[in-house]
Design a binder for this molecule. Sequence first.
Ligand SMILES: *Cc1c(COP(=O)(O)O)cnc(C)c1O
Length: 438
Amino acid sequence: MTDPRRQLPSVDSLLAGPGIASLLATHPRALVVKAARAAVDEARVKGGTAPAEGWDAAVRAAVRRLAVPSLAPVINATGVVLHTNLGRAPLAPAAIAAVTRIAQGYSALEYDLGRGTRGSRHAICRDLLVELTGAADALVVNNAAGALLLALSALARGGDAIVSRGELVEIGGSFRIPDIMARSGARVVEVGTTNRTHPNDYDRALTADSRVLLKVHRSNFQVTGFTADVAVVELAEMAHARGIACVYDLGSGLMMNLSGWGLSGEPTVPEAVAAGADLIAFSGDKLLGGPQAGILVGSEAAIAACRADPIARTVRADKLTLAGLEATLALYRDPEVAIREIPVLRMLTESGDSIRARAERLGGQLIEGDSEVGGGSFPGAKLRTWLAGFPDESLAERLRANDPPIIARVAGSRVLLDARTIFPEQIDTVKAALTADG
Ligand SMILES: *Cc1c(COP(=O)(O)O)cnc(C)c1O
């Protein structure tokens, strides 16, 4: 018997198929060729039988698969507001408009329009950050881990950076603060214990080589019970008494107090600035609600040292980030506008009744539960929410296969959709996916 695999059609003969001409009219030839090859390969793997749906349909399906961008928008039905795997903060309309405007053409990114000479991208967002945080100066880079690397390189390279053992955090994706610190060229000096660190622990570690006292905000876990740590205000005083600097890795970048909505315990950026650290590092896409960015605010001398450090060039922010961040920051000039316009703040402060109304529209069983802030912010905080529950384990996988994919929560044998993170304009799409299925 002959091997059926020998009888598979050639790619050229597939391209001559009657249904393929229209594909070639609407897609690049290279893509259709790749799809035809994929269809043949798939048939070979399956033992050499022609696809049940016919060759043209198989090529068409392969074209569709290959043409979708690998970065696809999804609907977040998990209720985790800052979901790092789902891209953290969705942008405010003003930020989207700013990104689009700048993406469309040239911009005065590093150009001084008054003088007609070279300018600095570091000027963008700088004045707004100074205005909103009370810091003397500010610098925007690519992300907060990059900001920390830069801060320590600029202030502690070749010397010691002293940090509490209770603050040696893993920030996710198995990346750890002490490893990032070490790459800055500073020597990491650990003091205290996991649960308790006292002022004299730092004091005893201080030598002529000390450059920085580092405070890391425990953004993704809580330590309770027999605990002690040194407040950043005290750490800054200790540092300044010795003529060295205090760096504060704040993590989340909360710009305004949300305790009125039951969210407390996370220091705001203005509070951190008032505590006197020389540099404060935080993310643009966590509680701030903007694009991925790392923001440094602090003293003029410390920010100047950061600007002059070679690492600044390796972690610089791009123009789309700067455009989106500037527009997001501008919304904070009016806190009411910020709450209304910045999706992260709107979702965190939405009333239970309003969430419930959306959950009800999804059908299923209405369940009261909790959403999570996520993104290493307000650890342990519980946000009461409303979920639509479906007693069907396999539903989660089918929702992921929807266009656009819908990411739900799975709890035991139930699939739960948290209405908090489903935007009002997405409800009909989700409903259609649920009913098409049932
Ligand atoms: C999230 C976080 C970081 C990292 O921020 P990215 O913007 O993701 O780089 C660093 N430190 C702390 C304390 C954080 O919470």
